[in-house]
Every structure is written in C-alpha cells, then in structure tokens.
Write a protein that binds this ligand. Structure first.
Ligand code: ATP
Ligand code: MG
Length: 428
C-alpha cells in the first residue's frame, strides 16, 4: 500500500515554456493589446475569435508536411472519442476554416484580425516559448499589391504607436507557383552538388521542401545558402509586376525596404509577397512579425480560389521591445475605504457601491478582512490611493464618514454619508 504523504505536499508548477502574466505585467499586455486593436480598427479590420483546439488535419493541410511546425512542434492528442485534435500553433488555418464554414467570403472582401495564445513544442529560450501569443491580420478577396502594402503600413504604424524603433522590413517575392517550379529544379540541383554538407534533416528537406533549406538555421549551411541561386532571377512577368508595384507603393509611402532574396515559405500555396519585420535587439529571436500572400490556401482547405494575404506577430517579442514609458504602471487607486467593525464593513460595502454608481471611472478599493484601524490605514497608504474614507463605530452611529487625504497634509474631516456621493467629487 502506498504511504500517504505526510507534511509537505509537492508543489505543482507551470508547464515548461508556458508563462503566467503576473499582475505587475498585465498592464503592459493591456497597453499592447489595446494599441493593436485600435490600430487595426482604424484600418477597418474586424476581430474574429477562434477556438484554440482544431482538428489536426486542418493544420496538416494548411501548414503542411515538411514544416517544423507540423513535423515536430504540434501539441496533438486524441480526445475521449479518438478524434485527432491539436492546440493551434498559429492562427491562419483556423481563420480560413472559420471564414469558409460561415460563408464570409461570399461578400467579397474581408479584412479580419485575431489574437490569442498559440502552442508549439519548441525548445524554450529567450523569445521562444511553448505557449506564446500572436496577433494577426488576414485579408481575403484582394489580389493586388496595394493590400500587401496596407498590411505593411499597419505594422509600421503599430511600431510607432508602441514606441518600437530599430526594426527593419525585409521583403521578398515567391512569385507564382509556375516560376517557383522552374526555380525549384535549379535549387535542388545546386544543393545536391553540396550534398556532403547536408545533415539528415536537410537531406530530407531537399526531397520534400527544398525552398525551406534557404531559411535553415544550421550554421554549417550558411555559406552554401549565401551563394545559392535566387528565385528573383526566375520571376515571370506577373510576379515581377506584383513585386515592383508593391515596392513602388511602399517607397511612395515612405517605408524603407531591405530586399532579402532568402526569405521563403516552403509551401505551394504561398505566392508573391513575403515579408518579415526584424530587430537586432532580441538576439537570435529577432523576427517580430512575419507575413505574406497565400492565394492558394483557401482552395486547399476546400473553398473557391480566393486571394489572401496577412501577417502574424509575436506579442512576447513586441512586449520585450516596448520602452518602459509606453507601458503603463499599475492602475491608479483613487479611494481606499477603511472599515473597522462588523457594522462598518456592511455600511462600507454599500457606500462604495453608491460611489461606483456616481464615479464610474474611479478605482475604489474597500478594505476586506480583519485589521486594526492603524494597519488598514497603512494599507490605504501603500495602495497609492489619494483619499482614505474612514468608517468606525462612531461614524456608523452618526451616519457620517471620515475623509482623509493621503497625499496632502490636509486634516481629516467628516461628511454626512447621505452627502458623500454628491460631495466627494470636489476632493478627487
Ligand atoms: P521562427 O523562425 O522564429 O521559429 P516562425 O517562422 O516559426 O519563427 P511564424 O510561424 O511566422 O514564426 O510566427 C510569426 C511570429 O510569431 C514570429 O515572427 C514570432 O514573432 C512569433 N513566434 C513564433 N514562434 C514563437 C515562439 N515559439 N515563441 C514566441 N514567439 C513566437
Ligand atoms: Mg518556428
């Protein structure tokens, strides 16, 4: 028989790579999230909220075999009825599934955005977690480069609003599926001629997804990648035109662009525009936002061919870049209500409700739990409140309340409880 554990109970800790946002940190998150929301709404994007669990098949089809995400990063399990489910590793697949399921593409153009936690079984390190958060935008129904430019301008405006400087925009084109086909042959030949320098993982990629080799992080491969043939030399007229139009639009809008011919996405439904916003301030995890066009995906998920383009950004990385002065400190407490004795506690809860009806934007903390007058006043002071309202036995008996300014030397004075909601405004 197992012995019951006597004494200390083993503590349960959060799962590796998954973090709590503590009360001291949530104000920063709130600033970040509300800024993202207001910038996106300013461009006419509507929020879509999606389940965190989807069928595994959705991600297999949308993200694709041969990608790190599907091959080794997904949190996948069978539920009680042997359904294969996966915690979403990204937002685009679910978004496409939802807009198809609800027929949202019938109306033509849809500008949507989402945010929330994503899950990937990666090695946790700075800027890389197993539960992390993204906000993203997806636009359906527009094939032209102007909407790609709009997405980039949204990002630029957001960095500005968040006080984030020193990010550069890296841009490339993947062209059309047709010109990529041509390029793929050349690329495979090139890497085959260096096959002795490819490890097993890269050899596999070469077979299933050769473009992916271009964004390999393997240091041994970097010199070979640098001299690899580039897709931009294989563009057809349509691809060339989309790319040039986008660059001209960005230039006219004052966006500085760094062309990076090695920026890739490995799957066939990606085309034309691909971009990343990159900073040098976060070490190896420098990409804060990745985006591009995926005209082939809607069809791949079972819809009619629909042009689509979007981006996703990593919120933890944005938070790390936000300067402290664009973050907000904890909420400002206006009033701390001190109540000593059972009758005062009852009266205090009611009075505070009346004050909240009258002063809806104010933060009022009612002291709950025991505590002498002195210790309650100490907590009032520590809360940062400007005013303490004081209820003791005497005040309850007289239907009055004490008002004490905690930030000026003004002496405590008394008001009638019935006048409090009206008159308090003068002292706030
Ligand atoms: P990386 O090359 O860094 O693994 P990725 O190509 O897997 O990035 P995307 O799938 O394009 O990343 O996701 C968009 C953004 O989400 C990234 O640019 C990054 O800011 C953020 N992100 C992705 N994975 C993580 C993670 N595990 N932890 C924190 N943020 C992440
Ligand atoms: Mg990754």
């Amino acid at each position: 028989m197992r012995q019951p554990v006597i004494g200390m109970v083993r503590k349960i800790q959060a799962i590796k790579g998954m973090h709590d946002a503590l009360p001291t940190e949530t104000p920063h998150w709130q600033v970040l999230e509300s800024t993202i929301q207001s910038v996106l709404e300013g461009y006419g994007y509507a929020e879509i909220r999606l389940p965190i669990l989807e069928r595994t098949e959705l991600f297999q089809r949308a993200i694709g075999d041969g990608t790190d995400i599907v091959n080794k990063e997904m949190y996948t399990f069978s539920d009680r009825h042997a359904e294969h489910l996966t915690l979403r590793p990204e937002g685009t697949a679910g978004c496409v599934r939802a807009v198809l399921e609800h027929g949202l593409l019938a109306k033509g153009v849809l500008r949507s955005w989402y945010r929330g936690p994503m899950f990937r079984y990666e090695r946790p390190q700075q800027g890389r977690f197993r539960q992390f958060h993204q906000a993203g935008a997806e636009v359906f129904g527009i094939a032209t480069a102007d909407i790609d430019a709009e997405l980039i301008l949204i990002c630029k405006r957001l960095w500005q609003a968040l006080g984030i400087a020193d990010v550069r925009l890296e841009l490339n084109t993947l062209g059309t599926a047709a010109c990529r086909q041509h390029y793929r042959h050349t690329l495979v030949e090139y890497f085959r001629s260096h096959h002795q320098r490819l490890d097993a993982d890269s050899q596999h990629r070469l077979e299933v997804n050769p473009l992916r080799l271009l964004d390999s992080k393997d240091p041994a491969l970097q010199p070979i990648i640098r001299t690899a043939p580039v897709l931009t030399d294989y563009l057809d007229a349509e691809s060339q035109q989309h790319f040039e139009t986008l660059q001209a639009l960005l230039q006219a809008a004052g966006v500085t662009v760094t062309l990076n011919p090695h920026l890739v996405r490995g799957l066939d439904y990606y085309n034309h525009t691909v971009f990343e916003w990159v900073t040098d301030q976060l070490g190896a995890q420098g990409t804060i936002c990745a985006g591009g066009r995926y005209d082939g995906l809607v069809e791949q998920i079972g819809g009619k061919p629909t042009p689509a383009t979007g981006f996703a950004m990593g919120l933890e990385r944005l938070l790390a870049l936000m300067p402290t002065d664009t973050r907000q400190s904890r909420p400002v407490v206006d009033i701390y209500l001190v109540a000593v004795g059972a009758a005062a506690r009852q009266c205090g809860l009611q009075l505070a409700e009346q004050l909240r009806n009258q002063y809806q934007q104010r933060c009022i903390i009612v002291h709950c739990g025991d505590g002498s007058f002195k210790s309650q006043m100490r907590q009032a002071d520590k809360s940062g409140a400007r005013l303490a309202l004081v209820l003791g036995e005497q005040e309850v008996a007289d239907n009055t309340i004490g008002i004490k300014s905690l930030r000026t030397g003004q002496a405590q004075f008394t008001l009638a409880q019935s006048n409090l909601p009206e008159q308090l405004g003068e002292y706030l």
